[in-house]
Design a protein around this ligand. Sequence first.
Ligand code: ADP
Length: 477
Amino acid sequence: MKKILFVTSEAHPLIKTGGLADVSGSLPKALAELGQDIRLILPNYQAIKRSENVHYKSTLRVNNYDVNILETRLPGTDVLVWLIDCPEFFDHPGNPYHDEHGHAWANSAERFTLFCRIAVEVAMDRAYLNWKPDIVHCNDWQSGLTPALLTLEYHRPATVFTIHNMAYQGVFPSSTYQSLNLPGQLWNPNGVEYYGNLSFLKSGLVYSDRITTVSPTYAKEIQTAEFGCGLEGLLSFRKDFLCGILNGIDMEQWNPETDTFISQIFNDKTLSQKQLNKTDLQNQLALPVDPTIPMIALISRLVEQKGIDLVLECLPEMLDMPIQFVLLGSGHKNFEQRLYNFAESHPDKISVNIGYDEVLSHKIEAGADIFLMPSRFEPCGLNQMYSQRYGTLPIVRKTGGLADTVVDAVPQTLADNRASGFVFNEATPGTVMEAIKRALILYSQPKTWKNLQANAMKKDYSWHKSALQYLKLYHRL
Ligand code: ADP
């Protein structure tokens, strides 16, 4: 049995802004089910949803701050969670990265440096918790200083650093580094310095014993200039210590046979029941009720990464086709406005829902026929897996985790029952349209479509499989 400290800035259902929270909520649970002693550490934000008891454990003084460690559990599990309580930094309205008005926290570097320092104290068993991990598993830039600081300790635990998205790096001016009172020996171009700035992500990549990312294809892509966001050189230098492990999904939360958010449960044997979810959604979103019209859906942060601009360019042509288009998301105001404009001029074909809505996201996955995910890059992506589980066939770009989880419908894969969606290469409106047209042709052949849905719904995306791979990696350390 391994003792693992899992360092993360968000974990579902305590606090979530994106896919990192999904992983941090599920992977520790799966590792615990494999008999591992895993504990989470995350900041005690005001926005955390506390449904289990919270106990005071200890108080530390670090870099002139008094910090309390509180203990709770990941809701619905036995996994212990340590909340780093420093009200000055974390007891404010907003999310982990932005204040309540959507502005990035001005003191993000200070907040997460303190977080990393406390993680080191816990990892070295100096936090009065009477527990020392074998492995410290860090995630994304917010935890990036932890492996660096641990290299300065004797008898330190081994470290793993997982990249969930290279695009967010935690880069701050060198003056910030000085004000943070961090050890001088880390400040050099082979350390935390990145072209004269402090980079939290680089710190994690340089100093951790092993690096992982969330899909095998993304692990290769980030070693190239197109996807490496400036760190491709470092990543190819460390390629022998880098691997990709595909994320799983929460198979209980995303299960069309038990989902309480949807109006009609179904499985691959009762696919005709899926239609009722479409009707329900059409009613709810004030679209014409028509069980036969193909419904294309998109749920996403509305940012360039996700190819929203490509979709906007496709919409005029899509509007000439017999389809309905349903979108749920929030992000750049410019994208939101342009989407609203389309919805206003074509209320009978397009439903645009701006905001974050978990219940609606389940209803869309259950009701739609096709899911559009034309991401420019996608470290793993979750919605294409949820979609397949709900028989809603994804159209994806061949990149990152999308390439690893969707099998393109071509004669060969259709014949051997592997096809589970539609895959295109280039990030252009023309290739997206081509893939949509291919999907619509097969949609018009109910027997083939049903086979595709059944293939997609049978796939195993459980965390168990991924957790076994992480465990193997821990044992190698
Ligand atoms: P990323 O982490 O890059 O945003 P992922 O696909 O890995 O993308 O994870 C996004 C998660 O957030 C998924 O669980 C998705 O369903 C959810 N999500 C994104 N936007 C919304 C929204 N507007 N409403 C509800 N859920 C959303």
